[in-house]
Design a protein around this ligand. Structure first.
Ligand SMILES: [Zn+2]
Length: 231
């Protein structure tokens, strides 16, 4: 070993990576709150891209991470109480193709669900059904592998239907109700209009549109100049 070189301990490397990740996540990024919205309602309009992620039951979490495992917060999400956890798992599909390090979003739920993009589905060899969260009728499964163990999921792998979370105030402003569909127009050099945006009304949510990475990239959300929510 050359003079002056020190061997990096595994724990030190892990600590470095964790720090870099935290610094990166804490770096202020441009959010769509900074993009002017057309026809603003009582609350600011925000469009966020949901990257591939997993929701788990407490029992599956313990199967993956060991008895008594708890989700720990890496980053709070825009909706109160929801967070990206520090825990990730590997998702294995029918052709033994794997997507590593898919993040679990907390808190735990009463079902385990894997949300992938169509691009992920093509890579994995899974014909993803378009579903709203929690609807697992006729959905494929997969294998989840964590540091403690694996979960053989018989169903719950979906491509989440694009949607907008709304409080009753916002729903009244836009003249829609839960289950209705709206359109989202992204203005900009690579702009696009997305139809079939499902309204999901709940008294405790903040106004927020969720599209996935394929959609976010298709309209290059980062260069959007205006956003518009239309009935
Ligand atoms: Zn959502």
């Amino acid at each position: 070993m050359p003079a002056g070189t020190t061997t990096l301990q595994r724990s030190h490397v892990e600590q470095l990576v964790r720090q870099i990740l935290k610094d990166h996540l804490n770096t202020p990024v441009r959010t769509t709150l900074d993009i002017p919205a057309i026809s603003t309602g009582p609350n600011p309009l925000l469009v966020n891209v949901s990257a591939r992620h997993i929701h788990v039951t407490q029992s599956d979490l313990e199967q993956l991470f060991g008895p008594g495992a708890k989700l720990s917060t890496l980053k709070d999400l825009y909706q109160d109480g929801e967070f990206a956890s520090e825990q990730t798992v590997n998702v294995i599909g029918p052709r033994n193709r794997m997507i590593p390090n898919v993040r679990i979003l907390g808190p735990t739920r009463d079902y385990t669900q894997v949300e992938l993009s169509y691009t992920d589905g093509i890579y994995m060899g899974i014909d993803l059904p378009l579903k709203t969260s929690g609807d697992h009728d006729n959905t494929p499964g997969c294998v989840l592998v964590g540091p403690h163990g694996a979960v053989n999921l018989s169903k719950g792998v979906i491509r989440a239907e694009r949607h907008v979370h709304m409080s009753p105030d916002d729903a009244a402003h836009y003249g829609v109700k839960s289950g209705d569909y709206m359109s989202l127009r992204i203005h900009g050099p690579c702009g696009a209009t997305f139809n079939n945006l499902l309204v999901r009304e709940h008294p405790k949510v903040k106004l927020e549109v969720h599209i996935d990475t394929d959609e976010g990239n298709a309209c290059h959300l980062a260069s959007a100049t205006k956003i518009e929510l239309m009935k």
